[in-house]
Design a protein around this ligand. Structure first.
Ligand SMILES: Cc1ncc(COP(=O)(O)O)c(C=O)c1O
Ligand SMILES: C[C@H](O)[C@H](N)C(=O)O
Length: 349
């Protein structure tokens, strides 16, 4: 019963097989192999547009280097107050941008509130040098609390961002989970909705270690080859990231893996709703389920072998935690088995 994180899941079989298949023989290094070239073309086709794509090893690297590419002196990135950028990247975005700051924006259930974003942007006076200047807005899709922005919400945010002449970055560590939930095409959920730079994640959805930074405005990518190399994220054997993504995208494997993860989460959430012990903090939209449990119950489940962690309850005014209760995040993945869900729900009672 492993629900701690989809980062715990291994690699899907076709991806592991592709890795070992491409391990043989010699091949040009540092992203110059035929396999790399073919994959770059594959991403252009997948997103139905001319783009620049750079492979890196972690989601934190993808986010930090994407923001470095659009950085400005004294720059601010505006992002949700619970964004992974702020909460879980250990200062990497600030470090790799040589000191850009992260301006937290409120918003319910992990989504940036457009009004709050506009209010914060209005604070920046281009003639008042002391504050610095905004350099990007970053949103997470699916968000850190498993919710998603629909197309209207994406367009509303990107409209505000572009009114200020800024690029919109999307942290897509769980891009596939959001895409299948919304049943959109990759283009509809990104550049057609105003996204300029995307961290496209594969690691949490069946890849071993595969992330891509995608620029839908190629002019923003001019410095990226040097930014990536300076950050020690240019793998000599980039073909191994390419090999993973080839299998990942082949026959829409990536969509099937994400669909399974989301379906398992929905099955878990429906069981929790019927239980007498747990209460859903909010309905899951992707592969992350947030549940309010008595702490004693959580300990009993963990003692019985269920792996999951407490999750800091967002400062959501509508969310009251009863005494002795806490909020927990349960994450499913491409390899979550239905039996695990049944076992957990039986234990929950
Ligand atoms: C929303 C989100 N963004 C970015 C990351 C960073 O990925 P990594 O841990 O590979 O650096 C994570 C990690 O799981 C994440 O949950
Ligand atoms: C929280 C941790 O940093 C990781 N991003 C995860 O989602 O498990």
């Amino acid at each position: 019963m492993f629900f701690a994180s989809d980062n715990w899941a291994g690699a899907a079989d076709p991806i592991a097989e592709s890795l070992s298949r491409h391990a043989k023989g010699m091949s040009p290094a540092y992203g110059t192999s035929d396999l790399d070239r073919r994959l770059e073309q594959r991403f252009n086709e997948l997103f139905e547009t001319e783009l620049e794509v750079f492979f890196v090893g972690t989601g934190t690297a993808a986010n930090s280097l994407a923001l470095s590419a659009v950085n400005r002196p004294g720059g601010f990135v505006l992002c949700h107050r619970d964004a992974h950028l702020i909460e879980d990247e250990c200062g990497a975005p600030e470090f790799f941008t040589s000191g850009a700051r992260l301006a937290p924006i409120t918003g319910d259930l992990g989504r940036v509130c457009p009004r709050a974003l506009q209010k914060q942007l209005r604070r920046f006076d281009p003639n008042f040098v002391h504050h610095g200047q905004p350099m990007a807005v970053s949103i997470t899709q699916a968000t850190e609390v498993g919710t998603v922005y629909d197309v209207d919400q994406l367009n509303e945010i990107s409209g505000i961002v572009h009114d200020y002449g800024l690029p919109l970055h999307m942290d897509g560590a769980r891009f596939a989970n959001a895409l299948v939930h919304l049943d959109l095409t990759p283009a509809e959920m990104t550049w057609k909705a105003g996204v300029d730079v995307l961290s496209f994640g594969g690691t949490k959805n069946g890849c071993w270690c595969a992330e891509a930074v995608i620029f839908f405005r190629p002019e923003l990518a001019k410095q990226m080859p040097f930014i990536r190399k300076r950050a020690a994220q240019l793998f000599s054997k980039t073909r191994f990231i390419a090999a993973q993504f080839h299998a990942y995208l082949d026959d829409d494997l990536w969509l099937g893996l994400a669909k399974h993860a989301n379906e398992m989460a929905t099955r878990l959430a429906e069981g929790i709703e019927k239980s007498s012990t747990g209460e859903l903090a909010w309905k899951n939209q992707t592969n992350e389920v947030f549940v309010i449990l008595p702490k004693s119950e959580a300990e009993r489940l963990q003692d019985a072998g269920a792996r999951f962690y407490p999750w800091p309850a967002p400062n959501d005014p509508n969310l009251e935690l009863p005494d002795g209760h806490s909020m927990y995040r349960l994450v499913t993945s491409f390899c979550t088995e239905p039996g695990e869900i049944e076992q957990f729900l039986k234990l929950l009672g």
